[in-house]
Ligand binder design. Structure first.
Ligand code: PBG
Length: 310
């Protein structure tokens, strides 16, 4: 059979506008920093990020998920820098929205980039305190909405946060700001390189008390029902590669759009084995991306976005 004939029966395609590019942001000017475990991905200051995003838009990517790399001296146990007037992340959101209004901007809502404990929530006596964390997440979210974010991305995994944030947004009349909930976020070894990128490793323990157990699939359905009832606009599965069954199940169970996060460790594996000549990194990349869409993802967050469209 010829390629043309095969194309007629091909079931899945990867569309550029369905890819979401992660962007790591730094304070300052004219700065680009390598991330050792993520070759080809950089931390960028505002001016560099602006040019980068402009060129990604020209290449056909429309959506960007933004993460701040915060200096250690701004971190505290309450993550108060997350909503501070001097916060560079909020400033960059404002600039991007003004200069590139057509770019879809997605935020990160969690304490870990700002927390001296390196956890997604406030820590008291060695435990993550859910409800006190919600208060900070609310302040952070309103600050991001004010700066012009299109979609909030709560990655913190506190219970009840989607309802809490939706209510806070609506009360402040940010009814147009959507919520992309990290619905099924698993406690995973595949986040390693990301924590290098943000220097946000937990200072003690792990995230198993608030992230999901890799052994569980039906629990993801429970989380999806809760997030939906609480007002989420998108449901996310993270990581993606080892959780294709979860993507499939959520797609079957829900009418909301399903997003998956092709995380840092999945990117690093392809890059590392590719560099050694052990796999063909381009084919491996495309096969992964296809698998996400075939499993039912409506959009994919991926560090491969930029190289794929190039
Ligand atoms: C934390 C957050 C993490 C990622 C996105 N948001 C890491 C974690 O939970 O420790 C990981 C993304 C990746 O590995 O690419 N709020």
């Amino acid at each position: 059979m010829s390629a043309g004939v095969r194309a007629l029966s091909s079931e899945t395609e990867i569309r550029k506008e369905k890819l979401i590019e992660p962007i790591f942001l730094l304070d300052g000017e004219n700065k680009t920093q390598d991330i050792l475990s993520m070759p080809g991905i950089f931390r960028m200051s505002e001016d560099v990020a602006l040019k980068h995003i402009e060129s990604s838009l020209r290449l056909g990517i429309r959506s960007f998920i933004l993460f701040p790399a915060v200096e250690e001296s701004f971190k505290d146990s309450e993550g108060s820098y997350s909503y501070s007037k001097n916060n560079f992340y909020l400033r960059i959101i404002k600039t991007l929205k003004r200069e590139l209004p057509e770019a879809v901007l997605i935020s990160d809502v969690a304490l870990d980039p700002y927390s001296s404990d390196g956890h997604d929530g406030i820590v008291k006596d060695g435990k993550i305190v859910n409800d006190e964390t919600l208060d900070v997440l609310g302040k952070m979210s309103l600050a991001q909405a004010e700066a012009g974010i299109d979609i909030l991305g709560p990655s913190d995994m506190m219970d009840g946060r989607v309802a809490y944030l939706r209510d806070a947004l609506d009360t402040a009349r940010f009814t147009d700001v959507a919520i992309m909930s990290y619905t099924a976020k698993y406690a995973s070894a595949f986040y390693g390189p990301f924590r290098d990128a943000l220097d946000s490793k937990p200072k003690f323990g792990d995230k198993k008390t608030y992230q999901m157990d890799a052994a569980n699939a039906r629990e993801a359905l429970r989380e999806a029902r809760l997030d939906t009832a609480e007002g989420a606009d998108y449901l996310m599965v993270k990581p993606a590669l080892a959780y294709l069954d979860i993507i499939y199940r959520l797609k079957e169970a829900s009418t909301l759009p399903i997003v998956c996060y092709n995380v840092s460790g999945e990117y690093a594996m392809v890059k590392a084995a590719g560099a050694k000549g052990w796999i063909d990194p381009t084919r491996a990349r495309d096969e992964m991306l296809l698998a996400f869409f075939r499993s039912g993802a409506d959009a994919v967050i991926t560090y491969f976005a930029r190289e794929f469209v190039q």
